[in-house]
Design a protein around this ligand. Structure first.
Ligand code: DGJ
Length: 689
């Protein structure tokens, strides 16, 4: 038996191969002692047999093989000229290269599988599967390295969502059979974003064992969580079924693995750090995240230089540092019916081009950002009239937002897009692109996603100082694949702070604050019709990478003063907050959605406790903190006592001044916050003494 182990500070993965067969994952969990006997560990995990079974338990390997009488979903489904192949791989050996690369072959069928497994400094293990074929094959399914799900796991937490309702958590108990999540829309999607967490009984945000998985691919994927007839469980991830097509070389995206003994927060920290410190390739990691002003919900397609200059004047006074001109500046784009693909400035709206606005924005001390939706084309566009064959899918397809998708696998399309985008970027003072993607694809095709990555990579090389935000009708494409080429995601088109509070909270299981855009929207939300107080709207935006998106000319003096103050607070604190861990708090009151952002050194923190609706009970329950040093003393100050309602009339410690308590007391007993109306955010700052 050959064995291998991959270790990070948080987890160990043990692989074992018997007789040269595809390795099995013999262990995934907390770090094992360095001298653990891996053969004994593997042997001790082997299971008995009983009646009604075959005489051997087929191996739950990194790619379970149908040929070995595997009764579950196989890890590879492949055919050649339409004839199904049933490979059996042998001769497992390790390649001499960095990380762990294990190769197996089926010489008779001319197939080779390579499993690459890497550990990262942030604790994540990344695993991919590659398939090579001597002659062309059709791949119907190729799984990234398949892992057994823990028998002690009681449930699968995975993620669904919708436009303006991203990152909804589903909790499904394990039962016999398959839970299958598949994004066939050509993007990671609002509906089935590629994240899953397996918990053991009693796991909360702050305690218990949890296993995290994320498939880092933007083009659609499938997750299979299967409890087999023999009771074992497997987790498979790969590109959406059939999207790999035919050829001789195939590779899955990495499945990112994390493990925690400290509840969901232990996983969240690993993923947040991995995305922020390893996946995102910052143009300048030390540059403070600038406060955005985005004009979309202020003016939509109604572009007018003097109005935008007046808006910019107001925005900068509130604290904005980057002004983003959204959709509507190109072609003849007066609405969403036309012009995608025609990336030349609309001279009807902009007779002197964008330069007068850019000059004005720059004169105010802000930088300038511009919206594109490069992958799309409207049938009503010069581009489509010239190149109808550049659109992906059939000509009579159902449109989405009146648009089609360009075939990004076509190098001519990519060259066209590179040239038109580069023409704008190289002639204007632009430091930021909002890169949108607003329709579901007519087909699910991996080559499309590879084409998008290729275009983004070329632009990153040509314009290394430009930052890119990935938007897809809000959060329709949020994954480690796209974040390897971009710097920020537009989490949701909902600027309703109550909705945002919940979406941000659940997305924090995976996303750090530094990449999560969050804007203060219009007083009356354009997506919910709700009217919320400015203090709440501002604090919710200040939880992540802050910006504004309302028409600032609508603000009252009071609203301006509140927003200016919260923005100034964000600027004072963003240096440490954008590098902090977001820890979700286990609130005893379900109407309170709370988190603690802990600085990298642990010397300071901020608590955001949002009252999302009226509580069931009359008085607030204590809120227990987490992640603190039990022996240290902390000074806690309520930052915004002025947001108190007049019904809060008791003698509360926080009303009298700072509170000094040990980490142990804060984590075991908690803090007592004032009575709050819905749409109130308590902000408590903590400093280690
Ligand atoms: C969808 C985005 O999510 C919005 O923020 C905005 O950029 C519009 N597209 C523009 O068409």
């Amino acid at each position: 038996m050959q064995t291998w182990r991959i270790d990070t500070a948080q987890q160990t993965l043990v692989l074992a191969s018997d007789d040269g067969a595809i390795p099995v994952c013999a262990y995934w969990g907390p770090p094992l002692p360095a001298d653990e006997n891996l053969v004994a560990l593997t042997r001790s995990g082997e299971r008995d047999l009983t009646g009604g079974m075959l005489d051997l338990l087929p191996p739950l390997s990194l790619c379970p093989e149908e040929r070995r009488s595997w009764a579950g979903q196989p890890g590879l489904i492949v055919s050649r000229t339409g004839q199904p192949l049933r490979p059996q791989f042998t001769a497992c050996h390790q390649l001499a290269e960095d990380g762990l690369a294990l190769r197996v072959k089926d010489p008779a069928l001319g197939l080779t599988l390579t499993f690459r497994i890497l550990s990262t400094p942030d604790g994540i293990i990344s695993a991919t599967t590659e398939l090579e074929a001597s002659d062309s094959v059709e791949v119907h399914w190729l799984a990234a390295p398949v892992l057994p799900a823990p028998d002690a796991s009681d449930q699968i937490i995975d993620v669904s969502g919708r436009w303006i309702g991203e990152f909804q958590l589903n909790r499904t108990p394990w039962t016999a059979g398959i839970r299958l999540r598949e994004a066939r829309t050509g993007r990671s999607g609002h509906e089935h974003p590629p994240y899953a967490i397996l918990t053991e009984g009693g796991t909360t945000n702050t305690q218990g064992n949890a296993y995290g998985m994320h498939y880092g691919w933007s083009g659609g994927h499938r997750m299979v969580a299967e409890e087999l007839p023999d009771g074992r469980r497997q987790m498979q991830w790969g590109h959406a079924g059939g999207s790999m097509g035919s050829g001789t070389r195939f590779a899955t995206a990495p499945v990112l693995l994390s493990f925690s003994t400290t509840g969901l927060n232990g996983l969240a920290i690993q993923m947040q750090r991995h995305i922020r410190d390893t996946v995102v390739q910052w143009t300048d990691a030390h540059r403070p995240r600038p406060i955005h002003y985005n004009c979309w919900e202020a003016i939509y397609f109604d572009h007018d230089l003097s109005a935008l200059c007046a808006i910019a004047d107001k925005a900068v006074a509130l604290g904005a540092e980057r002004f983003v001109l959204d959709d509507g500046w190109f072609g003849k784009r007066d609405n969403d019916l036309s012009s995608l693909g025609d990336w030349t400035i609309d001279r009807r709206k902009w007779p002197d081009g964008l330069t007068p606005l850019i000059d004005h924005v720059k004169s105010l001390g802000m930088t300038f950002g511009l919206w594109f939706e490069p992958e799309m084309v409207n049938p009503d566009s010069d581009l489509y009239r010239a190149h109808p064959d550049w659109a992906l899918g059939p000509a009579d397809q159902v449109l989405g937002r009146h648009q089609m998708v360009l075939d990004m696998a076509n190098p001519e399309v990519r060259t066209y897009l590179f040239d038109v985008i580069a023409a704008i970027l190289s002639t204007h003072d632009i430091d930021y692109i909002k890169w949108d993607h607003n329709r579901l694809l007519p087909v699910s095709d991996a080559a499309q996603t590879s084409g998008i990555y290729d275009l983004l990579a070329r632009l990153r090389v040509a314009f290394p100082s430009i930052e890119i935000e990935s938007c897809s009708s809000g959060g329709g494409r949020i994954d480690a694949g796209i974040l390897a080429y971009t710097h920020r995601v537009w989490l949701s088109d909902s600027n309703d702070a109550l909705e945002r509070l919940r979406i941000q909270h659940d997305a924090a299981l995976f996303l750090p604050a530094a990449v999560t855009g969050s804007h203060v929207g219009p007083r009356k939300s354009h997506t919910s019709g709700r009217v919320l107080p400015m203090a709440f709207r501002a604090w919710v935006a200040a939880q992540r990478h802050m910006g504004f998106e309302m028409d600032p000319r609508e603000l009252t003096e009071d609203e301006e003063a509140t927003l200016t103050a919260v923005t100034a607070w964000f600027k004072e604190n963003r240096g440490w907050m954008m590098a902090a861990d977001i820890l979700r708090l286990d609130s005893a009151d379900p109407s309170v959605i709370a988190e603690l952002q802990l600085s990298a050194s642990g010397d300071r923190f901020v608590i955001f406790a949002g009252q999302s609706e009226t509580s069931t009970q009359i008085l607030p329950r204590p809120l227990r903190l987490t992640g603190l040093d039990p022996q240290a003393t902390y000074e806690l100050t309520l930052r915004n006592p002025g947001d108190r309602t007049r019904q809060s009339r008791g003698h509360l410690a926080f009303k009298e001044g700072p509170v000094h308590l040990s980490g142990q007391a804060l984590m075991a007993k908690g803090i007592q916050l004032p009575v709050a109306w819905p749409a109130t955010m308590w902000v408590v700052e903590g400093v280690r003494q």
